[in-house]
Design a protein around this ligand. Structure first.
Ligand code: ACO
Length: 212
């Protein structure tokens, strides 16, 4: 057990697969300081856990993640000590980018529903990504007249064609899972009811290949 878990991230390990669930469904799994701390811990812990051979990241309820928590990650932190903010941002990029991107075990993003802004970090950093047809992906910032956060912009630029990335960032329209698959944001989209079984099947193939 980790020392300061608040249950905002759930972990269950079954048959070699670690299911990591962002667990603030009432806030659409918006990434707050609690999720940041717990994800750093979980990712560290799973690295050393021989029972966890493939890591799947998903969200509880209707969302994968509604992005960074606008209140707890931005507004409240902006009012505090600048170094507290610096440390929080550093921890967030550690789990979303540096750690996941270079993780020694295979990782899969299972996008069950809403995926916005900061949710694009783990989406990109995972080796593979599968989405529900019903999922919705969006870069909403333009609707407030600002550019998407640096991380989310980079994800669009890396994964999409230049024209699609620009359209996605400039229009503020959401795309569903099928369009996300067509555009290359995820590997595949399939009905939500079939998503977990497909991800489990992919994870089993990876297990057989001993990719660690
Ligand atoms: N930050 C903080 N709280 C959030 C966020 C967020 N990113 N997203 C949702 N919530 C909260 C809402 O404030 C609401 O809280 P409340 O019940 O206490 O009022 C709760 O989650 C549910 O949200 P609703 O909007 O009521 O849920 P709905 O299912 O109708 O819509 C949706 C879901 C589409 C995800 C909507 O919540 C939304 O658009 N969220 C913002 C997404 C966004 O723009 N993210 C980018 C953030 S910036 C960045 O990541 C860099």
């Amino acid at each position: 057990e980790n020392g300061h878990s608040t249950g905002e991230v759930l972990l269950s390990i079954e048959d070699g697969i670690a299911w990591v669930t962002l667990n603030r469904p009432h806030k659409r799994n918006a990434i707050n300081p609690g999720i940041v701390r717990e994800m750093v811990d979980v990712i560290d812990r799973l690295e050393m856990d021989d029972d966890a051979k493939v890591v799947v990241i998903t969200g509880a309820g209707e969302a994968f993640s509604a992005g960074q928590d606008l209140k707890e990650y931005f507004r409240e932190i902006d009012q505090g000590h600048p170094m507290v903010k610096e440390r929080l941002y550093r921890a967030n990029s550690a789990w979303q980018w540096r750690r996941l991107m270079y993780y020694p075990k295979p990782t899969i993003a299972m996008v069950n529903g809403w995926c916005f802004g900061g949710g694009y970090g783990p989406l990109f950093a995972c080796d593979l990504a599968f989405a529900a047809d019903e999922a919705n992906f969006g870069l909403s910032e333009i609707n407030w007249g600002i550019l998407p956060g640096g991380g989310a912009s980079k994800v669009a630029a890396e994964l999409l064609s230049f024209r699609r990335a620009m359209y996605h960032a400039m229009m503020g329209e959401n795309i569903d899972g099928r369009t996300a698959a067509e555009w290359g944001l995820v590997n595949e989209a399939l009905p939500r009811a079939a998503l977990k079984e497909r991800v489990r099947a992919v994870a089993r193939v990876l297990l057989e290949k001993n990719p660690v």
